[in-house]
Ligand binder design. Sequence first.
Ligand code: SF4
Length: 336
Amino acid sequence: MSPSATMDPGLLEVRDLRKHYPTRQGWLGRSGAMVRAVDGVSFSIAAGETLGLVGESGCGKSTTAKLILRLQDPSAGQILWRGQHIEGLNQAGMRSVRRELQAVFQDPYSSLNPRIRAADIVAEPLRNYEALSTAQARERVASLFERVGLRPDQMLKYPFEFSGGQRQRLGIARALSVQPKLIVCDEPVSALDVSVQAQVINLMMDLQHEFGLSYLFVAHDLAVVEHISQRVAVMYLGRIVEIAPKRMIFTHPQHPYTEALLEAVPVPDPTARRQRRILGGDVPSPINPPSGCHFHTRCPYAEERCRREQPVMREVAAGQFAACHLREPLAAMPIG
Ligand code: SF4
């Protein structure tokens, strides 16, 4: 059973998504090796749910986000938005989907046009979808400003006149302006100070409750993901290695890589710190990744079979899926 087959496919379903692209070699720019940035990713997100997508940098989580947003074309696989295939849609075909599927990016400064006033930045998507008078647009933008914790008198300012946290609030207001169903958030708080991170995360959670939003929340910070997510997917070298409800991931991780990520989180207890095992080595290159289980070059439990066979994703506890040869699949319930 696949992790996406166990629940209501809901809003978004991704099946065996792949993004491979050739490197360029030599001054003629000939195609060289293939980079397997995303290498067979499957999951779904239900209405009102937040799925956290975590992993070390370079694991393919941001590329997965870009593929879902159709900022990049997938090499293979399927993306279903409310049951409709969108992986092959052109820009015109994506228009109606984009209204419901919005994005918030890591660096609010580079994702906001520095020459446009804040009010126009927030109003831009709104004007793309609704014929509003200037007064109507202004009223809607003022209300969005207030909702995300900005003052209406800041509407005429330019992005550089806002702090980092305020710019991210501006990005959230822009995404919210068209009443989306799902927001893909790519490291939305990692450029912010810790105290500001908490404010922005709490704002996002409030907005989720108020508007019934879903989030795909891409981050490398496990504490942030634990705070905001209902389920968590762990990525390693282009593949999801474990996906489960948050509580199970953080209390009973089933994949050795998830274990290692959790053990790497600093804890204030010096005794516990001494007991931590630190994951050795760097993430291998997605060009020519290790055979079999991609994690075998760093896994303390690796055995011969791990070098040869790619482990399949299996349900190892109710609702918890892991791709590791050492994990037994959940026993089928006896009939009768
Ligand atoms: Fe480690 Fe083998 Fe499991 Fe991969 S399949 S995580 S190498 S034990």
